[in-house]
Design a protein around this ligand. Structure first.
Ligand SMILES: NC(=O)c1ccc[n+]([C@@H]2O[C@H](COP(=O)([O-])OP(=O)(O)OC[C@H]3O[C@@H](n4cnc5c(N)ncnc54)[C@H](O)[C@@H]3O)[C@@H](O)[C@H]2O)c1
Length: 308
């Protein structure tokens, strides 16, 4: 079974590639390396340095993938607010271009990385998949439109799919520059002995899910969860203050964070129910926050040793 992973050189995509290889899939990566890195792609995996908006016949005719796992995207919420056109080109037009190639070349399944950002401000917690869709950013809007295109391609052409809406993903290889990477940013700062900045009182909560669990959900979606839209989350909430405590516990040191003004527009609490995913994918998150943080800290420490 051959799987094409778009964005396979990125944070989440590269862990999906690793998990697919572990489960003996043939894997091909399509990634333009705009935020990803070639060093994240194992040597034995063929990499097409291409854009999802490119003419994709070459790669699809050559590789004939059975499944496409689509992770490549413009991933920054704040960038989307500044450049909604670019965000739409990447996340809507890019996805439609890929869907057309999937139909033309008889791809059997399309697995898509969506986001909790499609929900907007929660009306209740935990958020189930039936929750209303009122995105607060162009990023959330473009992901929501991409979801609709996927569903319509399924209705029109019979393309099978699973849409996965991730909560806050953290783990090894996460870029400290993207704002999705609060954990990566905190670990980087803490290991350098710098104080952590917290917006507001730090009691706001997030649902942090470890990247290896997200990768396993994607691979499970290769054979389960047909035509489903599923939350992929830890299913538990952690406040920023608790995250910092857990992080310092793992590092073995501690420092008082500095508290800044609350950022306008920040959601106070976020928590996604993962019960549907548990049932449909026979999947559940297997790493506790403490375990995931420890692995991420070990990874960041080894990178710091390499850097200096
Ligand atoms: N990180 C999170 O917490 C989170 C949460 C919800 C959803 N997601 C979604 O998960 C997916 C992966 O995100 P990530 O955090 O790994 O980001 P990332 O930036 O590490 O990975 C994205 C990858 O896609 C590639 N890429 C970007 N635009 C491309 C294009 N036009 N053509 C080809 N390749 C392109 C990049 O080079 C990179 O390797 C994205 O779709 C993102 O929206 C992430």
């Amino acid at each position: 079974m051959k799987v094409l992973v778009t964005g396979g050189a990125g944070f989440i995509g590269s862990h999906i590639v690793d998990e697919l290889l572990l489960q003996n899939f043939d894997v091909v990566v399509l990634d333009n390396l705009s935020t990803g890195s070639k060093e994240n792609i194992p040597d034995r995996v063929t990499h097409y340095n291409m854009d999802i908006k490119d003419h994709l016949d070459l790669v699809f005719a050559q590789e004939r993938p059975d499944i496409v796992i689509h992770q490549a995207a413009q991933v920054s919420v704040s960038f989307s607010m500044e450049y909604p056109g670019f965000d739409a080109e990447e996340n809507i037009i890019g996805t439609v271009n890929l869907l057309e190639a999937c139909v033309k070349y008889g791809v059997k399944k399309f697995v898509f990385a969506s986001s909790a950002a499609v929900y907007g401000a929660p009306e209740y917690l935990p958020i189930g998949e039936e929750h209303s869709i009122h995105p607060l950013s162009y990023y959330g809007l473009s992901k929501s439109h991409a979801e609709h295109y996927i569903q319509m391609f399924s209705n029109t052409f019979g393309l099978n799919y699973t849409i996965l809406r991730y909560s806050n993903v953290y783990g090894m290889r996460q870029n400290t520059k993207g704002e999705a990477g609060v954990v990566a940013l905190f670990i980087d700062r803490a290991l350098r002995g710098e104080a952590l900045s917290v917006f507001g009182d730090g009691r706001q909560t997030r649902d942090f899910v470890f990247v290896k669990d997200v990768a396993k959900a994607n691979v499970a979606a290769c054979h389960d969860g047909d035509r489903k839209t599923l939350n992929i989350s830890q299913g538990s909430k952690t406040s920023i203050v608790e995250l910092i405590e857990e992080l310092y516990l793992n590092i073995g040191e501690s420092m008082m964070p500095s508290f800044q003004d609350e950022r306008p527009g920040d959601i106070r609490h976020s928590l996604l129910s993962n019960r549907e995913a548990e049932q449909c994918l026979h999947w559940n998150p297997s790493y506790t926050l403490s375990e995931g943080l420890q692995l991420t800290i070990d990874y960041c420490r080894s990178r710091q040793v390499q850097t200096y």
